[in-house]
Design a protein around this ligand. Sequence first.
Ligand code: MN
Ligand code: MN
Length: 501
Amino acid sequence: MAILQRSEWYDLARTTNWTPKYVTDSELFPEEMSGARDVPAEKWESYDEPYKVSYAEYVKVQREKDAGAYSVKAALERSQMFEDADPGWLSILKAHYGAIALGEYAAMSAEARMVRFGRAPGMRNMATFGMMDENRHGQIQLYFPHEYCKKDRQFDWAHKAYHTNEWGAIAARHTFDDLFMARSATEIAVMLTFAFETGFTNMQFLGLAADAAEAGDYTFSSLISSIQTDESRHAQIGAPALQILIENGKKEDAQKLVDIAIARAWRIFAVLTGPSMDYYTPLEHRKQSFKEFMQEWIVGQFERSLLDMGLSLPWYWNQMVDEFDYQHHAYHLGIWFWRPTVWWNPAAGMTPECRDWLEEKYPGWNDTFGKCWDVIIDNLLAGRPELTVPETLPIVCNMSQIPICAIPGDRWKVQDHPLDHEGRTYHFNSAIDRWVFQQNPARYRDHMTLVDRFLAGHIQPMNLMGALQYMNLAPGEIGDDAHQYAWVERYRNHPYQRKAA
Ligand code: MN
Ligand code: MN
């Protein structure tokens, strides 16, 4: 039997809209789930997905991708990667899997909402493949770390993290629930696929794929490159949806969705990818600094896609770009100091050579963050490690769920941005986080940060041990310095000589 070319039937087959007989249109596509925003169905039918694929083609290609990634894993099963890897690299793997694997399942639910409630037939079609993509990402990123569980139980957090009240897990859930889970199909197209995936996932996936290959972890490199090829396809769901919104007088609304999503995505990537790239990756394997990566992918490329789309840059764009210089350094310092509260072992990344690199990439680093590390190093050299661990919890941002922090030292710039709303005072890391809250206070107002829960007595006993239990961090899972402080010896009898600027 002759088989038609895809181009001969695709346009007909993808237009799977119909007129319902037994229910009204608004019962079939409730506004809450669809988010069509009064743009009529025939306008949505003009949706033209840039990436066209049939089910048969999809399955064939995906099968090959899976076969590729799983066979690289099988071939390298007996390699010494795990034993030979720098501990900082293993920490990247643990942080990545815990933060991402079940986030993929969240993304699958989000895609499923577009499959059912997307107002455009082409969008539902694309999202069907996107949903299967995300299912694959969830499965493969649980399967790969599973093998490591017997060697190191922190890898169990690939599956465990999202089921706990660990602070990073709360931060990730709060963000992903906001952008993917509790949104309509149209909002998901804009916030998840356009803002989050087109803008940011490149950094975690392409950036880490390059670093993984450099570090000799070809299993991880092929795994996340394989995932990224799916992302770059289904991320294209958002642009045509945005185009329809803009053409039909909904630009302001679309812009707000984009601005909220970028603000939230930036925080998550700053806390996850920032320390991975600039501190955990061994110095000799670093390709680019986190800031350079942000400038290339967010300022260089994503900025262009925003403007091409007919959108404006978010009102806070310059402030966010300023944060590339310091926010992730502050997060890293905090994570290392509160290291018992994470499911991986933070690598300080603090040898003299690392510091020279940081000063070169971020001029002024020594006078700000370096001064805090000087105190930590002095305390460790003096045999007083107890002064380098926390006794209580920091102030946490009511939007990002990450501690409020910024620049310490000579250029001190740390500020709470509070807001009183219905008798409760909320605290924010920046005017951007506060602005997100103000766009829909009812959506966010009842959530309690980890510190709110602590003050409300949910965490008992009210000390670090109580907090670790609350976060489900068992002995053997509690984080500590990745290199067991070996780097500190580099400073004994050799005070750090700062290079003249
Ligand atoms: Mn994915
Ligand atoms: Mn995705």
